[in-house]
Design a protein around this ligand. Structure first.
Ligand code: MSP
Length: 514
């Protein structure tokens, strides 16, 4: 099956921040999981380059909008490559192929009677690129998110007739799986229940946008053009930019992953636009929470922004991936705390998993000729570690499609904890001193090494580099593309040579603040 999934297309008004990195890492984990499950994955990310916000930022920097976009986009591409993001596509809304798609899509909506001319009056936030719903009471209203004054707009715009889709959208969002997590569905249902209002999709005062065909002077509103970037990305398979091809290249998307602030665009406006154009709607929209840092909102004015480039350089990809995916229930807001970050990485990855592997492999090398011992009784169906391993496999497979990374990481960690407990209880270092116990020790070590192999495999979508190091330490040098045949107890070959043990995870020693 084709499994297409998307991150938001990030605004290029500024360099990448921890919020965009968080979404991208989460999508990467899901994409890797779906590939291992045997699906044909199209993992899409990219940038949203039009609009007034970007036009103004470029002007402030004294460069053209295109120069500005090129510079920031380059940083996104290189950051994702440094983080090891496995995206299949990277779409830019300024690329040439995007315009004909936007035009074709708009013409379909227009032909279906869902576009009208109207007058747009209201308070606009350029930072959010959004009209604010509630007319603020204050004389000089400002946006609480961007801490900037709202701007009054009164102009002729083209409108998308969202009101034509009231019933269909109500029906869509009442489906239990469409909006995740479940607690965000209510908020959207309330918004829709208030009555859908047509929204403007063109601007007359913004030159940095795509021209609307047949309506000189109008450029497309940045959100109308940006959402369509998902389709442009899917059609970037070497074929033509043709909306009729979408079904064969992976549309509808199985999952749009976004932050909670842009859920309305994805769960209401976007499906209605697709319905108007006669295209299927995405299967699911996941609105995750926001990250704060040590309890505070991150922002330039507070000087507490956590720079993902620096974070990667100082801590490495595995540590950050593990912390963000394991500590925060995906969907909820989360707080980045430096002490907790290093404690979790050191306890879970360096101690519980890393030491388990290291000490077991050392014993096996010492007593069993530098190789994996014979499995013996370890392969019995009622072996306690086999049962724990099989449970962990089931839990990971159950959790990952729902982006329940915390549940998945907990299951893997529990398996390592059980294996540590088993090793301590069996105490092979004492047993080995007793005559005739060599086979028993061999099979105990086999069982623990087999747990390490399964831990290594199950960690792959979450912390891919660490996963490879674990498997290498077990003498396995290639990670399978699909894991069905590998996630079976007893697949670790006896007599496989074990390389000299090397710690798989460095401890994090963060003396100064990040
Ligand atoms: N360009 C639009 C998306 C268009 S999609 C067709 C956009 N871009 S953004 O760069 O401003 O935001 C990208 C994502 O980052 C959003 O999903 C937003 O929720 C997320 N985050 C921004 N700050 C965040 C945190 N502090 N924490 C977690 N995610 C946050 O919106």
């Amino acid at each position: 099956m084709t499994y297409s999934l998307t991150t938001p297309l990030y605004y290029v008004n500024d360099k990448p921040h921890l919020g965009s990195t968080y979404t991208t890492l989460a999508c990467d984990a899901l994409a890797r999981f779906q590939r291992l499950e045997g699906n044909d994955v199209v993992f899409i990310t990219g940038v949203d380059e039009h609009g007034q916000k970007i036009q103004r930022t470029a002007a402030d920097r004294g460069v053209t909008p295109q120069e500005h976009c090129d510079a920031i986009t380059k940083r996104y591409i290189s950051l994702w490559s440094d983080w090891g993001i496995s995206n299949d596509r990277f779409v830019r809304t300024t690329e040439e192929r995007h315009l004909p798609l936007v035009e074709a899509f708009f013409k379909r909506c227009e032909a279906n009677g869902d576009i009208r001319i109207g007058r747009q009056t209201g308070w606009y936030c350029v930072g959010c690129e959004e009209f604010k719903d509630e007319p603020p009471e204050a004389k000089d209203p400002y946006c609480p998110i961007h801490q900037k004054a709202l701007e009054w707009r009164d102009e002729e715009n083209l409108f998308f007739c969202l009101s034509n889709f009231q019933d269909k959208i109500e029906q869509l969002i009442s489906q239990p799986d469409f909006i995740a997590p479940a607690n965000r569905r209510k908020e959207i249902q309330n918004f829709v229940a208030g009555g859908l209002r047509d929204f403007s999709i063109s601007r007359v005062n913004v030159s940095w946008g795509l021209p609307v065909p047949g309506h000189p002077g109008h450029t497309f509103y940045v959100w109308f053009d940006a959402l369509l970037g998902y389709l442009t990305a899917l059609l970037d398979d070497g074929g033509t930019v043709d909306l009729d091809r979408l079904a064969s290249v992976g549309w509808p998307a199985q999952m749009h992953v976004i932050g909670k602030d842009i859920l309305r665009f994805h769960a209401v406006y976007w499906p209605a636009m697709l319905m108007s154009a006669g295209l299927p709607v995405p299967a699911r929209v996941f609105g995750h929470g926001f990250l704060t840092r040590e309890g505070q909102k991150m922002g330039k004015s507070l000087g507490n922004v956590l720079d993902p480039e620096l974070l990667l350089e100082r801590c490495g990809t595995d540590a950050v991936r593990w912390y963000l995916l394991r500590d925060i229930q995906f969907g909820d807001d989360g707080d980045f705390q430096q002490q907790r970050f290093s404690d979790l990485v050191n306890n879970d990855l360096a101690n519980t998993i890393g030491n388990l592997l290291n000490r077991t492999a050392s014993m096996a090398r010492k007593w069993f000729g530098d190789a994996v011992p014979q499995a013996g009784t370890a392969i019995a169906t009622d072996h306690p570690l086999r049962q724990h391993a099989e449970a962990a496999i089931g839990q990971v497979r159950d959790a990952m499609p729902d982006m329940a990374f915390q549940r998945a990481s907990e299951a893997v960690l529990q398996l390592a904890i059980q294996a540590n407990g088993y090793l301590n209880e069996r105490a092979p270092w004492s047993l080995m001193k007793q005559p005739g116990q060599e086979d028993a020790v061999g099979s105990d070590l086999y069982a623990v090494l087999e747990c390490c192999r399964i831990v290594g495999l199950l960690l792959n979508p979450l912390v891919p580099d660490l996963s490879e190091r674990i498997l290498n330490q077990l003498g396995q040098h290639t990670m399978p593309e699909q894991w069905h045949d590998a996630l079976i107890w007893g697949k670790l070959p006896s007599e496989q040579p074990l390389p000299k043990p090397n710690p798989v995870m460095q401890r994090l020693e963060l003396e100064s603040p990040l």
